[in-house]
Design a protein around this ligand. Structure first.
Ligand code: DAH
Length: 347
C-alpha cells in the first residue's frame, strides 16, 4: 500500500506541472482525487487491512492526499496565470516612455531651408547665426543704410521700447535702439567682425516686417542670407552660384534672371527672378525670389577689411516664396496656421 501511495504521488508530481489546459487539468484531478480516482480506490482497500496497520496507512493516505492537493493547487494557479498572461499579451515594461502615436513631420519651410543649406554646403558654405532682436547698427548702419533711409522708417519695422530687458539682463546702455531684424543681412556684419576673410557663410533665419498680411505677404517670414568674401570675386561667381543652387533645388529647367536694383550694402545690386514653369502650379513667368550684389566697399571698410584687397558677393533669399514655388502652395498663411491637413502633405 505504501509503495502504491508513493508511486501515485510521483506520477502526479511528474504529470501535473506539465499540464497546459483546463480540461486536461480537470481530467487529471478526477483521475487522482475524484470519486472514481486512484486515491479513492486505495482508500477503499483500507477496509481489508489488518486492524493494527490501519492507523499507519490512514496517516499515509492523509499525507498523500494533502500533497496531491498541493500539487493540484500549484497546477491550477499556474494555468490561471498563463490564461491572464495570454489575455494581456506580451510583457509590457511600464517604465519605458510610451510610443509616440503621432510622430510629427517636418515643416515645409524646414524642408526647403535644410535642402538649400545642404546644396550650399556642397559649395563650401557654413552656417552662421545672429539674433532676431538686433540693433540698428547691425541691421542698418553697418550695412550702409543711413538713418534717413526709408528702410529705417519706424513705420516699417518693429522697434522695441527703450527700456527693453532680455530676461533679467538690461540692454546695454549704448543708447542704441533695438528692433526685430528686418532681414538676415545683419549676420553678414556680425560674421565679418569676428575675423578676417576668406568668408563663406549662409545664415538662415526669421525676419520681421510691418507688412499687411495677405496671400503673399506676412509680417514675419524667413530668409537665407549668403556672404562670400575672398580675392577677385566677380558677379559671374555670384550668378553661377545662384544658377547652381536654384537648378539643384527646383530642377535644371529653372531660369535665373538678374534685374538691376538698389541695396545700400551692395554695388552693383540686383533683384533675382526665377522662372520655373516646369513646376506643377507655377503660373507666373518670373517670380522675385532674392536680392543680391557685390559687397559695397563701404561695408568692408566699416568692418576693417581692406576694400582694395577683398571682394565679395552677398544674397538674401526668401524661403516662403521658394517653398511656395516648389510645393505649389498658393497662400503664404498656410505656413503659420499649424493645420495638420496642410502639414501632413509634406511627410
Ligand atoms: N536684405 C535684402 C532684403 O531683405 C535682401 C538682400 C539683398 C540681401 C542684397 C543681400 C543682398 O545680402 O546683397 O530684401
Amino acid at each position: 500500500m505504501q509503495a502504491q501511495l508513493t508511486a501515485l504521488l510521483a506520477q502526479a508530481a511528474a504529470e501535473l506541472p506539465a499540464l497546459t489546459t483546463r480540461p486536461a487539468f480537470e481530467a487529471a484531478k478526477a483521475r487522482y482525487v475524484g470519486p472514481h480516482g486512484a486515491l479513492t480506490a486505495l482508500m477503499k482497500q483500507m477496509g481489508a487491512l489488518p486492524k493494527d496497520q490501519k492507523p499507519l496507512v490512514g496517516k499515509l493516505i492523509n499525507e498523500t492526499k494533502t500533497q496531491l492537493q498541493t500539487l493540484l493547487d500549484a497546477a491550477l494557479a499556474r494555468l490561471a496565470a498563463a490564461e491572464i498572461a495570454a489575455q494581456l499579451g506580451p510583457a509590457v515594461d511600464t517604465t519605458l516612455p510610451s510610443p509616440d502615436a503621432a510622430p510629427g513631420t517636418r515643416h515645409p519651410l524646414t524642408l526647403v531651408r535644410d535642402e538649400l543649406a545642404s546644396i550650399l554646403r556642397k559649395a563650401g558654405f557654413v552656417i552662421a547665426d545672429g539674433p532676431e532682436v538686433e540693433t540698428e547698427y547691425y541691421c542698418f548702419d553697418a550695412l550702409n543704410t543711413p538713418a534717413d533711409h526709408p528702410a529705417r522708417d519706424a513705420q516699417d519695422t518693429f522697434y522695441l521700447p527703450a527700456d527693453v530687458r532680455f530676461g533679467n539682463v538690461a540692454k546695454k546702455s549704448s543708447g542704441e535702439r533695438y528692433l526685430l531684424r528686418t532681414h538676415t543681412s545683419s549676420v553678414q556684419i556680425r560674421t565679418m567682425l569676428k575675423g578676417p576673410p576668406p568668408i563663406r557663410i549662409i545664415a538662415p533665419g526669421r525676419v520681421y516686417r510691418r507688412d499687411t498680411v495677405d496671400a503673399t505677404h506676412s509680417a514675419n517670414f524667413h530668409q537665407i542670407e549668403g556672404l562670400y568674401v575672398d580675392k577677385n570675386v566677380t558677379v559671374r561667381d555670384l550668378k553661377a552660384l545662384l544658377d547652381y543652387i536654384f537648378a539643384s533645388l527646383l530642377g535644371a529647367d529653372t531660369k535665373v534672371r538678374f534685374r538691376p536694383h538698389y541695396f545700400g550694402y551692395t554695388e552693383p545690386s540686383f533683384e533675382v527672378d526665377l522662372s520655373a514653369r516646369h513646376l506643377p502650379k507655377v503660373n507666373k513667368e518670373w517670380v522675385e525670389i532674392c536680392g543680391c550684389g557685390m559687397v559695397d566697399p563701404l561695408v568692408f571698410s566699416g568692418v576693417g577689411y581692406d576694400p582694395d584687397v577683398w571682394s565679395g558677393y552677398a544674397f538674401g533669399i526668401g524661403l516662403e516664396r521658394l517653398a511656395m514655388m516648389l510645393y505649389g502652395i498658393d497662400d503664404i498663411r498656410y505656413f503659420y496656421q499649424n493645420d495638420l491637413r496642410f502639414l501632413k502633405q509634406f511627410a
